[in-house]
Design a binder for this molecule. Structure first.
Ligand SMILES: Nc1nc2c(ncn2[C@@H]2O[C@H](COP(=O)(O)OP(=O)(O)O[C@H]3O[C@H](CO)[C@@H](O)[C@H](O)[C@@H]3O)[C@@H](O)[C@H]2O)c(=O)[nH]1
Length: 235
């Protein structure tokens, strides 16, 4: 029977965490899964909320990273994959942008063709983005357009992080990924293609967070452009 390890990175998500946890348990009640919450010592004390949730749902269902510093998203995913007991890894944001109702659809799609990766796509028909201002929409579309133009990995949404992976596929990609921040998800797909992993897509709707703030800034965008150029130059 498949077991799913859901990795939920958190940084200042104390309001969102109880809601996303409730929704994950509701929508995955027919599946065997564990939830790995990887917090970076958030100043808003998200970890205390996570500990309360662990008491409610059980230590075997919710796994927490011991207190750390601000180590960043890449390290959070790495910790999650090293800790995961499932044969599948699911990455998603904790800020309610990624609705857990799409997870059963990803599981179904994976099983249909035994895909190595299934990626949630905002840019397929029936997918979408809600709540972003024009600037953020242009950034996301622009990043996808440029990556497709330069590297053409044949995936419609390259920067989204809502994905399901076979554990071995995720481990292989994450060990080789060099980009940090916003480019991380894009490079994972480029690597997956180079390793000949098969990739399926499921339309998702992405809803901008209500509580808290996005961590995407100017520095992240410059980093994305540099990472993309590097990947293009080493193609
Ligand atoms: N542990 C940890 N978690 C973090 C960190 N930074 C962000 N997170 C967590 O990572 C998730 C996404 O962070 P946001 O900063 O809210 O992301 P975003 O700007 O909305 O970007 C989302 O969409 C992008 C595509 O448009 C994606 O590229 C990105 O990965 C993310 O899904 C949230 O659960 C947030 O708490 C960090 O340094 N450490």
């Amino acid at each position: 029977m498949p077991k799913y390890s859901i990795i939920l990175p958190t940084y200042n998500e104390k309001e969102n965490l109880p809601i996303i946890t409730y929704l994950i348990f509701k929508h995955l009640d027919k599946h065997d899964f564990e939830l790995i919450i990887v917090d970076d010592n958030s100043p808003d004390n998200t970890i205390e909320v996570a500990k309360s949730l662990q008491k409610i749902y059980g230590e075997d269902r919710i796994i927490l990273r011991p207190r750390s510093g601000k180590l960043g998203l890449g390290t959070a995913y790495l910790y999650g994959s090293e800790t995961a007991k499932g044969n599948f890894i699911i990455l998603m944001d904790a800020d309610l942008s990624h609705h857990p109702k799409f997870i059963p659809k990803m599981i179904e799609e994976q099983a249909k063709c035994d895909y190595d990766i299934v990626t949630g796509s905002r840019y397929l028909s029936n997918g979408g983005v809600y709540g972003w201002d024009l600037k953020r929409k242009v950034i996301s579309r622009g990043a996808n357009f440029l990556t497709t133009l330069l590297l053409n990995p044949k995936v419609s949404d390259l920067t989204g992080s809502f994905r399901l992976y076979k554990k071995n596929a995720f481990e292989k990609c994450i060990k080789n990924v060099e980009s940090k921040g916003y480019a991380f998800q894009m490079e994972i797909i480029i690597l997956a293609r180079s390793f000949n992993f098969t990739i399926g897509e499921v339309p998702i709707t992405f809803v901008d967070r209500f509580y808290g703030e996005s961590k995407l800034g100017k520095q992240e965008l410059i980093q994305f452009a540099l990472n993309l150029l590097y990947l293009f130059s080493t193609k």
